[in-house]
Design a protein around this ligand. Structure first.
Ligand SMILES: *Cc1c(COP(=O)(O)O)cnc(C)c1O
Length: 221
C-alpha cells in the first residue's frame, strides 16, 4: 500500500512541489518502502525515534526535523539531519549555529510560523517573524531557507486557507528583503487533510503521513 500511496501522490503533486513523508511512529521498514517508492525527503518529529530507525532505513533521502526542538537536543539533531523546519526562537537558532560551527557545516532551517496565533502552539507569531529573521540572518553557520507552518487543525481544509495565505504573504515579503544567510526557497505547509489547499496557496513542500502510511495508532500528532 505504501508504494501505491506514494506513487499516487507523486503523480498528483504539481511540478515544483516536493513530497515530505512524515514518519512519526513508523518503522524503518515502512520508511524504506516510502523511499523506494520515490520519496526523497523524510520528516521526523522526535530525535529519539529517529535514532532508532535512521541506521536501518534503506535508501537515500534528505532528513528534515519537523518537531518541536529543545536546545539540549540540538547537537544530535545537527549531527543527523539535513534541515530543521521548526526554528522559532533566537535562542534555538544560536544553539544550532554553535553546534553547526563545531561540525564545520551550515545548517539549513525553516522558520516555523504560528499562523493561527494559538497559545499552546510552537512557532513564532506572524508579527514577530521579521525581527526573528533579521536576528538570525546575522548568525554564521545557519541559513534560513524558508517558512513552515502547521496552522490550526480543522475538519474542513478550507478553513486552513487564510492561515496558509498569511504564511505565503510573509514568504513573499521576505523573498524581497535580500538579507544575508536568507534564501526564501521552501514554503512547507499542508498535511494529509490540507495539502491540496496548501498547494493552492503556494506551498512547495508538503508534509504527509497518514495518506502514505495509514492511520497512526497513537493519539499524538
Ligand atoms: C504528523 C505531522 C504531519 C503529517 O500529518 P498527517 O496528517 O499524518 O499527514 C505533518 N507535519 C508535522 C509537523 C507533523 O507532526
Amino acid at each position: 500500500m505504501i508504494r501505491e500511496n506514494v506513487q499516487r501522490l507523486l503523480h498528483e503533486l504539481p511540478e515544483g512541489v516536493t513530497l515530505l513523508a512524515a514518519v512519526k511512529e513508523r518503522s524503518a521498514d515502512e520508511i524504506s518502502q516510502a523511499i523506494e517508492a520515490g520519496v526523497t525527503v523524510i520528516g521526523e518529529n522526535y530525535l529519539q525515534e529517529s535514532l532508532q530507525v535512521i541506521n536501518e532505513v534503506k535508501g537515500e533521502a534528505q532528513w528534515h526535523f519537523i518537531g518541536h526542538l529543545q536546545t539540549n537536543k540540538v547537537k544530535r539533531v545537527v549531527d543527523i539531519f539535513d534541515m530543521i523546519e521548526s526554528v522559532d526562537s533566537l535562542k534555538l537558532a544560536k544553539e544550532i549555529a554553535r553546534c553547526s560551527k563545531r561540525r564545520d557545516r551550515i545548517m539549513s532551517v525553516l522558520i516555523e510560523v504560528n499562523s493561527g496565533e494559538e497559545n499552546q502552539k510552537n512557532g513564532v507569531a506572524p508579527r514577530d517573524v521579521e525581527q526573528l529573521i533579521r536576528e538570525i540572518s546575522s548568525l554564521d553557520y545557519i541559513k534560513i531557507m524558508g517558512l513552515m507552518t502547521m496552522g490550526p487543525r480543522f475538519g474542513d481544509a478550507e478553513e486552513s486557507r487564510p492561515y496558509f495565505r498569511k504564511t505565503r504573504e510573509l514568504f513573499e515579503k521576505f523573498k524581497d528583503f535580500h538579507l544575508p544567510n536568507v534564501e526564501m526557497k521552501y514554503l512547507s505547509m499542508g498535511m494529509t487533510n490540507s495539502y491540496k489547499v496548501a498547494i493552492e496557496e503556494g506551498a512547495n513542500l508538503v508534509r504527509i503521513g497518514t495518506k502514505i502510511f495509514g492511520e497512526r495508532e497513537g493519539s499524538h500528532n
